[in-house]
Design a protein around this ligand. Sequence first.
Ligand code: GAR
Length: 235
Amino acid sequence: MTQPRKRTVILISGRGSNMTALIEAADDSAFPAEIVGVISDKAEAGGLQLAAAKGIATRVVSRGDFPDKAAHDAAIDAAIAEFDAEIVCLAGYMRLLTTGLVEKWQGRMINIHPALLPSLKGLDTHRRALETGLRIHGCTVHFVTTAMDEGPIIAQSAVPVLVADDEQALSARVLKAEHALYPMALRLVAEGKARMEGGRTVFEDFEAPGHNGLITSPGPSNDPVDLEALARFTP
Ligand code: GAR
């Protein structure tokens, strides 16, 4: 018997390109998660219009409408509850959530970060990758825990840093990898094939071809990383 699709809410603060990748993946009725709502902490977030255009319910829970972070997060929590969500995806949600909310959703809340964690936590990851001279950069989907950008890793995608890269070129290459990685990671969580246990990600029933916890841009692969192909790859 097929399992019911997991009701999933996406939290955004901005343009919503990862949100769009998740919504489009879930357009397929065979995808194990269904996007039931999008919540933004900013009324001007471009992603709100994109979500509405795709027929997804949206809510704005503006920071400025609440006296403090605890009250704001209580309203976010209530909005998530209204959607009767089972999974929460942070997709460019640019505010740390309070401990209580994170703990309530532990193991059921995931985030995408534009770097290969545990390197380059925080902001401006592409600029810092270039400044550090990294030759390999990428993105990570992880379970959310109370420490910023530190939860157990579900999947990562590596992309090359090319000699001619500037911040814009590098961020575009990573973003393309994000759009492939996030739906794959959500699928694993929604199917129960990636679970958070004892502070780690435990993988189960792992027979899907072409995936080994890591994909390399531009697509899923179990093959060794083909650096020449990666070097030819442009977003
Ligand atoms: C994405 O690159 C995402 O990884 C990053 O914000 C961007 C949002 O873009 N998230 C973080 O930096 C969180 N630490 P999007 O709104 O187009 O998906």
